[in-house]
Design a protein around this ligand. Structure first.
Ligand SMILES: Cc1cc2nc3c(=O)[nH]c(=O)nc-3n(C[C@H](O)[C@H](O)[C@H](O)COP(=O)(O)OP(=O)(O)OC[C@H]3O[C@@H](n4cnc5c(N)ncnc54)[C@H](O)[C@@H]3O)c2cc1C
Length: 525
């Protein structure tokens, strides 16, 4: 083991975007910071890659849209990172009375959207319910979002401060499925609302865990808009890396931490490569389950820091595609409209509930609920000029209710089955089957890659493929006594959680990194 003598103010473990955000804040505050990343490449779930080497197309391989990243973090750190509006929020194709149609929801409410609701539901009642519901949520989002970068408040305090007690009760205290059933009548409309509660969260609509997921999908940056990262998600990492290096953060890649000790004098970590580093404090920006394993190593049973908190399995399938042209739709809608926002397939309320029931029984859902979106319609910069000139596009498919357990017995076969069902689901609504537009590769394959929850664990260390590291928490303290100030503290005064698994972590937000850095800085004041 090579012992390095420098004693850093802080060691950050994990160079995903949260680890980088934490490191930047600390270095800018004058702390000496060492960041250790297991992989050669930084970014974790926020990387962009060229998955099809012969095509110059840099896809956001894992996460792909941004909502939760507060403008304040972008401004504080001086990162040059832009997100772009999507003109369309969603398009949901359906078949009614033998005709192919679609529910189109523009990002800003307009006549086309109103008419689209009437065509689906036969009256303007559902449209009015939609506007009322999301109008109330927008007010809540605006009032709640600033608290994400402040010390934790109690539920009671935030409920009073946000001044919407009925909506608070509906979103935080009653299962979201009940609220959706109460406020909406149509199965498809209900499903479009419900999907925000199920991204990366394997539960029924009747589980309060779905409410947590729903909240995170609607309060981002005070407006809940899901925006396109210009240049792909990797552009965020590139900028954070630039600022981290300019601020003096020492970054070591291929430095997977395999051992951790903590005592009165601070922390000591060892890497797989055989290096040992010391620091006064440690910010752990990889999954908390990994931290618990490291802390438990070599301890006596009676000193056990405890088994990792039980968390749901990851439950999504991510499919990245490069197409020669956008496929035409049976409904006749322009694909540049249909795929610009979130394209929902097999995601009516009843289909989502049925898919959950099937997957809980150990069956791959049929039909498989999924959503699709085209990055390049909003931001063509991730493709070379030559590919843009030829009309190529990228498509991102996110399958729901495909929990890790479905892949354990035979990962390759299960992934192939999930992909087959996802593409078949999509093809129901396409004139050009998706396979006919996928870009061909010279080895005879097509430009498509699928990542199951098990792949996410293998490739980027997400425990059982949970995209938020572990179950999301509500962004406030419950009524039980707590020593938490920032949602980053652990029971070791030298160790902080700085990644998605911290309270108020989850998603591409940098909030967990910011809050861990604030917790550490508050201590040293
Ligand atoms: C397929 C997918 C799609 C998603 N889509 C979206 C989306 O569109 N929008 C959104 O907001 N969120 C999305 N998410 C969630 C979001 O990407 C994550 O919650 C977030 O990026 C987590 O960031 P992080 O920095 O906390 O952790 P991570 O990105 O997980 O980074 C942790 C880092 O720690 C490193 N590491 C792990 N163990 C060790 C160790 N022992 N030693 C050293 N380093 C270690 C890892 O290599 C990794 O680089 C998605 C996630 C996935 C997987």
């Amino acid at each position: 083991m090579k012992e390095h003598s420098k004693n850093y103010d802080a060691i950050v473990v994990g160079g995903g975007h949260n680890g980088l955000v934490a490191a930047c804040y600390l270095a800018k505050a004058g702390k000496s910071v060492l960041l250790l990343e297991a992989h050669e490449e930084l970014g974790g779930a926020t990387t962009s890659v060229k998955p099809f080497p012969e095509y110059d197309a840099r896809l956001s391989r894992y996460s792909y849209l941004v909502s939760l990243l507060p403008d304040q973090i972008v401004a504080d750190l001086g990162i040059n990172f832009r997100t772009l509006d999507r003109p369309v929020a969603s398009y949901t194709p359906y078949r009614k009375d033998g005709r192919d149609e679609g529910l189109l929801v523009a990002s800003d409410w307009n006549e086309d959207t109103a008419e689209s609701f009437v065509r689906l539901t036969g009256s303007d009642r559902e449209a009015a319910a939609w506007r009322e519901f999301y109008g109330e949520i927008a007010t809540l989002a605006e009032r709640l979002a600033p608290s994400m970068l402040q010390p934790l408040k109690s539920a009671a305090q935030l409920k009073t401060e946000t001044g919407l007690p009925d909506l608070w009760r509906a979103l935080m205290e009653v299962p979201i499925g009940e609220i959706i059933r109460e406020r909406f009548q149509d199965d498809i409309v209900r499903g479009v609302v419900l999907t925000d509660a199920l991204i990366g969260t394997f539960v029924t609509a009747n589980d309060l865990q779905a409410n947590r997921c729903f909240l995170y999908h609607l309060i981002g940056n005070g407006n809940g808009q899901w925006r396109v990262p210009q240049g792909g998600m990797g552009a965020l990492v590139k900028e954070l890396l630039r600022v981290a290096e300019a601020s003096g953060v020492e970054i070591i890649r291929k430095a997977r931490v395999v051992s951790l000790e903590s005592g009165g004098n601070g922390v000591r970590v060892e890497t797989e490569a055989g290096d040992a580093y010391r620091g006064k404090d440690l910010l752990f920006a990889a999954a908390p389950q990994i931290l618990e394993r490291l802390r438990n190593q070599g301890r006596q049973a009676d000193e056990d820091v405890g088994a990792p908190r039980k968390s749901l399995e990851g439950s999504q399938l991510k499919i990245n595609m490069l197409v020669k042209q956008l496929p035409r739709l049976k409904s006749g809608v322009d694909p540049r409209i249909a795929f610009a926002g979130t394209f929902h397939v097999n995601e009516s309320f009843s289909q989502l509930e049925e898919a959950y029931a099937q997957a809980s029984r150990g069956e791959m859902p049929l039909p498989l609920p999924l959503e699709l979106y085209c990055h390049t319609l909003t931001d063509p910069s991730i493709l070379s000029d030559a590919l843009n000139a030829k009309g190529f596009h990228t498509l991102t498919l996110f399958g729901l209710h495909t929990p890790a357990a479905l892949f354990d017995a035979n990962p390759a076969q299960a992934t192939a089955l999930a992909q087959e069902r996802a593409l078949a689901g999509l093809n129901q609504y396409l004139l050009d089957p998706i396979e006919s537009v996928l870009a061909p590769c010279s080895d005879g394959t097509l430009a498509i890659e699928a990542k199951s929850p098990l792949d996410l664990e293998k490739d980027i260390f997400l425990p059982r493929g949970n995209i938020f590291h572990r179950d999301l928490d509500f962004p406030f303290l419950d009524e039980s006594p707590s020593t938490q100030q920032w949602g980053a503290e652990t029971d070791d005064p030298h160790i902080y959680l700085a990644g998605a698994g911290a309270q108020r972590g989850g998603g591409v937000s940098g909030i967990a990194g910011h809050n861990a850095a604030m917790a550490l800085l508050a201590k040293s004041q």
